[in-house]
Design a protein around this ligand. Structure first.
Ligand code: S3P
Length: 176
């Protein structure tokens, strides 16, 4: 399969994809495509409002379209935490370029997510248990798809951006 030249960030909610994506775009000068932002723009709603007013299925369908429509160019691409659920999305993500998984342990993710109650999937009676369940189900998919994995738990966003850039450069120079 031919691979594009983008750096694609995948990972669970709270792994820092959006912040690291912005840093990577600023450092490289490459265009930034953040699918959550693209969807918010196209619906004219925040992500939580899309879930509440249109439902998760409509969000997922639009997410698949948004990924499929991304240009095959050098870019920084930030995906939503659930983008890896659909097999067709996983193929699209791989085609776009090097896939970098921003990993973090459950406690770190929970601490980060708790600071901003914007995640519709965690609006449950026991968000911690929901997080644990979703993470268990998704971790194998992130690992399967990743060309590189960065454990972000002990790192600042700046450090993660540096690690991703180094790994991407190595990937593009050696691994193909
Ligand atoms: C989701 C993650 C969110 C957003 C939506 C669904 C998920 O993105 O796409 O709330 O299923 O994990 P972030 O990973 O940027 O929070």
């Amino acid at each position: 399969m031919a691979r594009g030249e983008a750096i694609v960030l995948i990972g669970f909610m709270g792994s820092g994809k959006s912040s690291v994506g912005r840093l990577l775009a600023a450092r490289t000068g490459l265009p930034l495509y953040d699918t959550d932002c693209l969807l918010a723009e196209s619906f004219g709603l925040r992500v939580a409002e899309i879930f509440a007013q249109r439902g998760e299925e409509a969000f997922r369908a639009a997410e698949t379209d948004a990924l499929a429509q991304l240009p095959l160019e050098r870019a920084i691409i930030v995906t939503g935490g659930g983008a890896i659920l659909r097999p067709e999305n996983r193929s699209t993500i791989q085609r776009l370029g090097v896939v970098a998984h921003l990993a973090a342990d459950e406690e770190t993710l929970f601490q980060r997510i708790s600071q901003r109650p914007t995640r519709p999937l965690l609006q449950t009676d026991n968000p911690r248990a929901t997080l644990a369940k979703l993470l268990r189900a998704r971790e194998p998919l992130y690992h399967e798809l990743a060309d590189v994995t960065v454990d972000t738990s002990p790192m600042t966003h700046e450090e993660v951006a540096t690690a991703v850039l180094e790994a991407a450069e190595k990937f593009f120079s050696n691994d193909r």
